[in-house]
Design a protein around this ligand. Structure first.
Ligand SMILES: Cc1ncc(COP(=O)(O)O)c(C=O)c1O
Length: 391
């Protein structure tokens, strides 16, 4: 996600306070002494690679996500890549993924010589449409490929429809990877993110709901054999030790410093998720039902961690709205302005016969508002007032 991490400079307006799209400084102020101590501990012991904080964080992460194993790694992209490598995805294989997501999702598939085949998403949840999976599988087979897996994405923090996706996968001999780069911490019908599909990949990119101060990621799974393979891949395909290379791997480790920071951030994560939910509810109450605006939908039994608070607005007015808000000092973002099958890098991959109309429409309609756990009501009022005045 190409989120600006810094506070957005105040525009020439009469607004009371500068507004951040994502305010990492407020979070840091809350736990700065604990962060300083955690970093100092790493400097003191000096085990910068795979130090004790890495294992400690992995254990806590596995507990939080309700999974048997958590394998930390260097980024959310590498988390996805490592699972694909562990499952031997390669040339001739097709992996189905949504057309409306961040580029990292299909990128790891293509990087291994396999083919990403895009499926359409649902207009209300922005997530993979289980009813669109069959068309993607058909497109893969028509292109002479073997469908192997589905990567479902928990876009903007909301889990995809895993019961339906897992059923389709079972019926078709596929396995499911949850790309929870944006969704870690959410719940899907009494199951945590970390307990869906074969494995869950997440990201600790700073702007993510659980972010570190650099790049980082993790994979959660209950599959012991997969966990062992991932540990090997993370360290150049190590066998009994790192100079015994039993497979092709990568340098996929997280830094000890980042693990130490994440331990402190995980302590306040549940509280921050609650705060995000309040921010979303406040926006929803003020914006639902207003002139052409659709507020985000959270289906029954699901929770979102609100990596983004994303509205749908009339396509013809979306860009002008974003510009007008910017002039009033209200930052917004467009995730994502182009569906992946229209991107230069992906447009030659097979697409389902019926097209990907919803992804194309959403790319023209979405508009994300400032969202973070420290967004006060007065700041939200400023966003809401500015937006309503433009509708
Ligand atoms: C849906 C999705 N998948 C994967 C990634 C990749 O994560 P990272 O930036 O940590 O490599 C991101 C991050 O932006 C993402 O939003």
């Amino acid at each position: 996600m190409t989120t600006s991490l810094s506070k957005t400079p105040q525009a020439e307006t009469t607004q009371a306070q500068p507004l951040a799209f994502i305010d990492l400084a407020a979070q840091q102020a809350r736990i700065r002494p604990q962060l300083d101590q955690a970093i100092a501990r790493v400097l003191d012991h000096g085990k910068y690679i795979m130090g004790p904080e890495v294992r400690e964080f992995e254990q806590q992460l596995a507990d939080f996500g309700g999974a048997g194993h958590a394998i930390s790694c260097s980024s959310g992209t590498d988390a996805l890549l490592m699972v694909m490598m562990a499952k031997d995805i390669g040339p001739g294989d097709a992996v189905i993924c949504p057309a409306f997501t961040f580029t990292a999702t299909p990128e790891v598939i293509a990087l291994l010589g396999a083919t990403p085949v895009f499926a359409d998403v649902r207009e209300d949840t922005f997530n993979l449409d289980p009813d669109a999976l069959a068309a993607a599988v058909d497109a893969a087979k028509d292109a002479g490929l073997t469908p192997k897996a589905i990567i479902a994405v928990d876009l903007f923090g909301l889990p995809a429809d895993y019961n339906a996706i897992e059923k389709f996968a079972d019926d078709n001999g596929l396995w499911v990877l949850d790309d929870a780069a944006q969704g870690f911490g959410a719940i899907y019908k009494n199951r945590k993110i970390g307990q869906l599909g074969l494995a869950t990949a997440t990201s600790f990119f700073p702007a993510k709901p659980l972010g570190c101060y650099g790049d980082g990621g993790a994979i959660l799974t209950d599959d012991e054999e997969l966990a062992a393979t991932l540990e090997s891949i993370r360290m150049h395909g190590k066998g009994t030790d790192k100079y015994d290379n039993v497979r092709i791997g990568i340098n996929g480790r997280i830094d000890t410093m980042q693990a130490a920071i994440l331990i402190e951030k995980l302590k306040i994560f549940a509280d921050e998720i609650e705060a995000r939910d309040k921010v979303a509810a406040y926006y929803n109450a003020a914006l639902a039902g207003n002139n052409g605006v659709s507020v985000p939908v959270v289906p029954d039994g699901l929770t979102s961690v609100w990596a983004q608070y994303t509205l749908r607005v009339p396509a013809a007015r979306r860009d002008a709205l974003a510009k007008a808000l910017k002039a009033k000092g209200v930052p917004t973002a467009i995730y994502y302005p182009k569906p992946l099958h229209h991107q230069t890098a992906y447009r030659d991959f097979p697409a389902p016969a019926g097209g990907l109309a919803v992804s194309e429409r959403l790319a023209k309609e979405v508009l994300s508002l400032p969202m973070h756990p420290y967004l006060e009501e007065a700041m939200q009022d400023q966003v809401i007032k500015s937006l309503l005045a433009e509708l």
